[in-house]
Design a protein around this ligand. Structure first.
Ligand SMILES: O=C(O)[C@H](O)COP(=O)(O)O
Ligand SMILES: [Mg+2]
Length: 401
């Protein structure tokens, strides 16, 4: 069996050598502890972590640690995480340590991955190469089911391919799924009969571990055509449970609320990359990875690499649609596509519902911006005879998000 290799950035505290720190990580995560122990029998050493070459990186170092495949309980993601990303973060002689990436050998990926992937989602929507445009209904909480459906209709008729709930909207009293989902689907059916376009609605089924599968099945019965999961707060296994259930068979939109508590610090925590790999192997079809032009903190090189991790060939597992979301508006669309390519979902909440002429015009403006980018026509030129785009650029063209 091939080994798994995890790459870490780390910075030892003063007086601690990088060699000591890297060995401490490898030992803590495999067969050692803070001192030698008489119970570490000779026969357990085949599970030892192997420390690779240590190279300087920023204010610290980078190292690859090889974990023998046998240390993993195949298919047990909580256990995998405890190996790659467990106790090591708390070692007090190391000032900071960040898990940057994991090379997973095929042998420890017993999962089927996305059922749809980029190609499958494109088929549902009926596109070939342009980026998809999505919207998050705003305000993120508070609207009743009827108004939610009305906003969804306006966005869909204006041109979006995808509508999604926001991360904090689940099944509260003011907008229960049992009323919201049928109301939105009815409006999307109306859009289908009026325009022929198939628009997806990712209803947020995030909930407790013992309820999520039931909630997913109920959503399917109520006519859902996509499901959304907040992966960090629900846990990675939530994606697997839903993706593997044969009765569901719907594309999964994966939001990463809370990720920045883990991913944002460049010196400590876990980069987005390992999360991208986990979501892909576990069956997410779309995943938020960040934006080039939006409101959330990001590192451009990491973002580009994260999106590639989702879209490039990998162990024969289907690709995942990367989602740019958070402070996106028509003025940023060209830059997003230039840097991230067109296998991308551009999702705007404020950047659609905040359009001076309302949601429908906001959705149309986003689509016009995508068309301009695909036709390689400068946005300002395209806006001259596309009123919705012009009005959006007047409002946000010079705004620093
Ligand atoms: O969940 C998201 O991605 C955000 O709610 C995006 O909202 P915004 O486009 O208004 O920033
Ligand atoms: Mg949100």
């Amino acid at each position: 069996m091939a080994d798994a290799v995890a790459t870490y950035y780390f910075r030892p505290k003063e007086g601690i050598t990088p060699e000591w720190a890297a060995k401490a990580i490898a030992e803590e995560q495999t067969t050692g502890t803070w001192t030698d122990v008489s119970t570490r029998e000779e026969y357990v050493h085949y599970l030892d972590g192997q420390v690779g070459k240590i190279t300087p990186s920023g204010d610290g170092y980078q190292v690859a640690i090889r974990y023998p495949a046998e240390i993993f309980e195949i298919g047990n993601i909580p256990q995998y995480l405890s190996v790659f990303a467990g106790n090591l973060f708390g070692l007090s002689r190391i000032a900071g340590v960040r898990l940057l990436d994991v090379e997973f050998p095929k042998e420890i990926i017993p999962f089927k991955g996305p059922k749809f992937g980029i190609e499958g989602v494109r088929k549902l929507v009926g596109t070939t190469d342009r980026p998809h445009v999505g919207t998050i209904i705003k305000p993120k909480v508070g609207l009743n089911p009827k108004d939610t459906a009305e906003v969804a209709y306006e966005a869909a008729i204006g041109g979006v391919d995808l509508i999604k709930d926001d991360e904090t909207l689940t099944d509260q009293k003011f907008c229960p799924i049992s009323e919201r989902l049928p109301a939105v689907m009815e409006k999307l059916d109306q859009v289908k009969s009026e325009t022929g376009r198939n628009v997806l609605y990712a209803v947020n089924i995030s909930t407790a571990g013992d309820k999520i599968l039931e909630r997913a099945r109920q959503a399917k019965e109520m006519g859902a055509n996509m499901l959304m999961i907040d992966v960090i707060v629900c846990g990675f296994d939530a994606v697997r449970v839903i993706a593997e259930d044969p009765s569901i068979n719907l594309p999964l939109h994966i939001h990463r609320t809370m990720h920045a508590a883990i991913t944002r610090n460049r010196e400590h925590g876990i980069a987005m990359r390992p999360f991208c790999r986990l979501v892909r192997m576990l069956g997410g079809d779309q995943l938020h990875t960040g934006t080039v032009s939006g409101k959330m903190e990001h590192d451009m090189q990491e973002l580009i690499g994260d999106n590639r991790t989702l879209t490039h060939p990998w162990h024969g597992i289907k690709s995942v649609f990367p989602v740019s979301s958070g402070g996106i508006h028509p003025g940023g669309v060209v830059e997003e596509i230039r840097v991230l390519g067109s296998d991308l979902i551009l999702q705007a909440g404020g950047g659609i519902h905040g359009h001076p002429d309302g949601t429908r015009a906001g959705a149309t403006a986003m689509r016009q911006a995508v068309d301009a980018a695909m036709e390689e026509i400068p946005l300002a030129t395209y806006a001259e005879d596309h009123n919705e785009l012009r009005r959006a650029l007047e409002k946000w063209g010079k705004v620093k998000v």
